[in-house]
Design a protein around this ligand. Structure first.
Ligand code: LAN
Length: 710
C-alpha cells in the first residue's frame, strides 16, 4: 500500500456526530472556531478511533463484574437521545452509488468527504491492489472497477501509486467489461459503459396486473425497490454527458480500446471471481427474449412503464422522508428525481439533505452505510441484555435504561405508510424498524426485538411510556407476518413463487428474489409473543397457534447435524443462539429433547482449543461451518448464550467460553474490534461493531446469573 492517503487526511478532532429526529446520524466537519464551541464527545472519539480518555477499571474477577465493566465502557457510546449509534459499513459496492450518483447530478461533493472517501478506500485496499464486494472479500471486478471510479471522481490522480496498482489488478481481472450487472449499470449511468452492454430492465414489468406470479410487488422488498428506479433509468437510457474525466475513464477501465468493444456480447460477461449466483439457462433465455422485445418495443407502452415507475419512486421517497429503503435505491431514486424534478426542486433538495444520513465517518475515513444506521437493532439488544442480566435493577444503569426506553418509545411506527397499498407497502402500524422511524419499514424481527426491549424495561420498574394499545398494535402486526410453513421472513410475508429465484439477475447475491422464512426472524417473533403474553391475554389463542407453527418451522429448519444456517450474521453460532432460544421457550432442553442435544453437540464440536468459537464469513457463502483462524468474542458470546438457553449440562464448556470473553476484555472494559460480524444475501459481509458489546455483556450477565460460580 502506498505510504500516504491519496488526498491526505482531515483533522479528526474536528468531526462531530449529531443525532437528531429520532436517531438520525449526521457527521459534521467543523471549522476550528466551531470545534471550540462544540466539544467532541467520547462517543465521537470512539467512532473516530481517537483516544477516549476513559479510566482503567478494576480487573473483573467474576463474569458479572466483567459484564458491568463492559457496560461502564459501552455507556459512553450511548447517544444523547438514548439510542446506540454505530458504524454500519462493510459492503464496498455502496460508495460507488453515492459518488457516481452525486457526480452525474452535479451535486458538489464536500472537500472533507472527498478526502476521507479516498482515505477509506486506501485503508481498505487489498494487498493485490483491488477491492472486494466487502471489506474482507477477495478482489473482484465489481469492487475494483467501481471503487477505482470513485477514487477518480473524488479527485485522485490516475498516476497515484494506489491507482496504478488498482488499474493493473483490474486489467488482470479482465477489465470492467466483466463487471456484474449492478456494476455495469452504474458505469452506464456515468457514461463509461455502453447501455448496449446491459441486460434489459424493462419498466413495463410494473404495468403487469398484480395477480401475475412474477409481478415485482411479489419480490423481496430490497430487490424490487432497486429494480424500480433501475427500470426507470434503463427505460430512459440515461447517461451523463461525457467530459474529460469520463473520457479518461473509458481508457483506464478497459483492457481493449473502448470503441472496439462488442457491447451486446458483454451483457452476460461476468468475471468468474464476481459470480456467486450464476445466471440460470432460464434467465439467459428470458434475457434473449426481452432483448428482442427491446429492439421492437412499443413506444407508448415503454412510456407508460416509465411513468408508472416514476410514480412509485415518488411514493417511496415520500414514505421514507427521502431516506429510502436502503442505500442502493436511495441513490437510484436520487438520480431519477434529478432527471424529472430537476436540481432546484424541493424533492431533490430533500433527497440531497438525506445523503448525509448514509455517510459515516470513521478512523479509517468516510464510508457509505448499509442502511441509515442500525439504531433500533443495537439499542434493543443492549436494553435486553441489561434486563436479562439483572443489571437493569441496579441504580448505576437506571439512566441508561430510561434513556433507552424513551428512544424506543419514539421509534415505534404509529401508522401505516402515507402511500400504502398503492405503493405495495406492507403494514407498518405498531412496527419497529431496523434503523429509524422515519425510514419507516416494518421488519419482523426488529418489531419483535423492539417489543421485547420495551416490555422488559417496562416490567422492570420503568414508566409505561408505551401503552398497552401500542404493544397490542405490534402484536397485531406480527401475527399477520407468519408464513404457511410457520416461519417468519424479514420485511413482509413470502409473496412470490420460489421459481423466481431462477430469474435472479444480480450475479453477486444469492436468494434475493423473494422473501424466505428465517430461523432468526422466526425466533425473535415467537419470543416476543411469548413474553407479551405473560402480561396481557390479548389474542391468546392466536398467539398460541402462531407460536406452535413457528416452533414446528424451527424444528423443520434444523439440519441433520443439529445446526441451523444463519442468514443475517456469521453464521451457525448466530442461528443456534436464536433457534435454541425458541426451543427453550417451548420447554425443549438438552435434558428432554434429542434435537436440542444434537444442536448442543454440534456447537460444542466447533469450540476451539482456547475455549472460544470463531466462524469465517465463508460459512455463509458455502453453507457449511467454516472455522475462522482465531476465535471471536462475538461468536463465542452467541455460542455461550445458545448453550445457556439449552440448559447444556456440561458447564465447563460454557465456562471456558466465558473465560475467553473475560480474557479478551481490555482494562477500560471494552473489547477490540475483531472480524466482521454480519452478512446478507449469502455473500456480502457487513459490520455490527456494537455486537462486541451487546452480546458479550449479555452472555456474561446471563452466565453469571444461571451458572454456579462459587
Ligand atoms: C439488513 C440489516 C438487518 C437485517 C436483520 C434485522 C438482522 C435481519 O434479521 C432481517 C433483514 C435485515 C433487516 C437486513 C436486510 C438486508 C439489508 C437491509 C441488511 C443486511 C442491511 C443491508 C442490506 C441491504 C439489502 C443492502 C443494500 C443492498 C442491496 C442488495 C439492495
Amino acid at each position: 500500500m502506498p505510504q500516504t492517503p491519496p488526498l491526505g487526511t482531515t483533522d479528526l478532532t474536528r468531526w462531530r456526530l449529531r443525532v437528531s429526529d429520532g436517531g438520525r446520524h449526521v457527521w459534521h466537519y467543523l471549522s476550528e472556531a466551531e470545534a471550540r464551541e462544540w466539544p467532541q464527545t467520547r462517543e465521537d472519539r470512539y467512532w473516530l478511533g481517537l483516544d477516549m480518555d476513559v479510566p482503567d477499571l478494576p480487573r473483573a474477577k467474576t463474569p458479572l463484574e466483567a459484564a458491568e465493566n463492559g457496560m461502564r465502557f459501552y455507556k459512553h457510546l450511548q447517544s444523547s437521545d438514548g439510542h446506540f449509534a454505530g458504524e454500519y459499513g462493510g459492503p464496498l459496492f455502496l460508495l460507488p452509488g453515492l459518488v457516481i450518483g452525486m457526480y452525474v447530478t452535479q451535486t458538489p461533493i464536500p472537500e472533507e468527504w472527498r478526502i476521507e472517501i479516498a482515505r477509506y478506500l486506501w485503508n481498505r485496499v487489498n494487498a493485490d491492489g483491488g477491492w472486494g464486494l466487502h471489506i474482507e472479500g477477495q478482489s473482484t471486478v465489481f469492487g475494483t472497477a467501481l471503487n477505482y471510479v470513485v477514487l477518480r471522481l473524488v479527485g485522485v490522480d490516475p498516476n497515484d501509486p494506489l491507482m496504478v496498482k488498482a488499474r493493473a489488478r483490474l486489467h488482470q481481472l479482465g477489465g470492467a467489461t466483466g463487471a456484474p450487472s449492478w456494476g455495469k449499470f452504474w458505469l452506464a449511468l456515468l457514461g463509461v459503459y455502453d447501455w448496449e452492454g446491459v441486460n434489459p430492465v424493462p419498466p413495463e414489468l410494473w404495468l403487469l396486473p398484480d395477480w401475475v406470479p412474477i409481478h415485482p410487488w411479489r419480490w423481496w422488498v430490497h430487490t424490487r425497490m432497486v429494480y424500480l428506479p433501475m427500470g426507470f433509468l434503463y427505460g430512459k437510457r440515461f447517461a451523463a454527458p461525457l467530459d474529460d474525466l469520463t473520457r479518461a475513464l473509458r481508457k483506464e477501465l478497459y483492457v481493449e480500446p473502448y470503441e472496439s468493444i462488442n457491447w451486446p456480447k458483454q451483457r452476460n460477461n461476468v468475471a468468474q471471481v464476481d459470480v456467486y449466483a450464476p445466471h440460470t439457462r432460464m434467465l439467459d433465455a428470458v434475457f434473449a427474449l426481452v432483448g428482442r422485445y427491446e429492439q421492437y418495443h412499443v413506444r407508448w407502452i415503454r412510456e407508460a412503464g416509465i411513468r408508472r415507475a416514476y410514480e412509485l419512486i415518488v411514493k417511496e421517497d415520500e414514505n421514507t422522508g427521502h431516506q429510502c429503503l436502503g442505500p442502493v435505491n436511495k441513490m437510484l431514486n436520487y438520480v431519477s428525481r434529478w432527471i424529472v424534478d430537476g436540481p432546484d426542486s424541493r424533492a431533490f433538495a430533500l433527497h440531497r439533505e438525506k445523503l448525509r444520513d448514509f455517510c459515516w465517518m470513521s478512523g479509517e475515513g468516510l464510508m457509505m452505510t448499509g442502511t441509515n444506521g442500525s439504531q433500533l437493532w443495537d439499542t434493543s439488544f443492549i436494553m435486553q441484555a441489561l434486563v436479562d442480566s439483572g443489571m437493569a435493577a441496579s441504580p448505576e444503569w437506571k439512566s441508561v435504561c430510561t434513556a433507552g426506553l424513551e428512544w424506543l418509545d419514539e421509534c415505534q411506527i404509529r401508522e401505516n405508510p402515507r402511500f400504502y397499498r398503492s405503493a405495495y407497502r406492507f403494514s407498518t402500524r405498531g412496527a419497529w424498524p431496523f434503523s429509524t422511524r422515519e425510514q419507516g419499514y416494518t421488519v419482523s424481527d426488529c418489531t419483535a426485538e423492539g417489543l421485547k426491549a420495551v416490555v422488559m424495561l417496562q416490567e422492570n420498574g420503568l414508566d409505561r411510556r408505551v401503552n398497552r394499545r401500542r404493544l397490542r398494535d405490534a402484536v397485531d402486526l406480527l401475527l399477520t407476518m407468519q408464513n404457511p410453513g410457520g416461519g417468519f421472513a424479514s420485511y413482509e410475508t413470502i409473496n412470490g413463487p420460489e421459481l423466481l429465484e431462477a430469474l435472479n439477475p444480480a450475479e453477486v447475491f444469492g436468494r434475493i428474489m423473494i422473501e424466505y422464512a428465517y430461523p432468526e426472524c422466526t425466533t425473535s417473533v415467537v419470543t416476543a409473543l411469548q413474553l407479551f403474553r405473560r402480561y396481557d391475554d390479548y389474542r391468546a389463542a392466536d398467539i398460541e397457534r402462531t407460536v406452535k407453527g413457528a416452533i414446528k418451522y424451527i424444528l423443520d429448519a434444523q439440519r441433520p447435524d443439529g445446526s441451523w444456517f444463519g442468514s443475517w450474521a456469521i453464521c451457525f453460532t448466530y442461528a443456534a443462539m436464536f433457534a435454541l432460544e425458541s426451543l427453550s421457550l417451548a420447554g425443549y432442553t438438552y435434558e428432554n429433547n434429542s434435537r436440542v442435544r444434537r444442536a448442543c453437540d454440534f456447537l460444542v464440536s466447533k469450540q476451539q482449543a482456547d475455549g472460544g468459537w470463531g466462524e469465517s464469513y465463508r460459512a455463509c457463502e458455502l453453507c457449511e461451518y467454516v472455522q475462522a483462524d482465531k476465535s471471536q468474542v462475538v461468536n463465542t458470546a452467541w455460542a455461550v448464550i445458545a448453550l445457556l438457553h439449552a440448559h447444556y449440562p456440561k458447564h465447563e464448556h460454557i465456562k471456558r467460553g466465558v473465560a475467553l470473553i473475560m480474557q479478551r476484555q481490555r482494562d477500560d472494559g471494552s473489547w477490540a474490534q475483531e472480524q466482521i460480524e454480519g452478512i446478507f444475501n449469502h455473500n456480502c459481509a457487513i459490520s455490527y461493531p456494537n455486537y462486541k458489546f451487546s452480546f458479550t455483556i449479555w452472555a456474561l450477565g446471563k452466565a453469571a446469573r444461571e451458572l454456579d460460580w462459587s
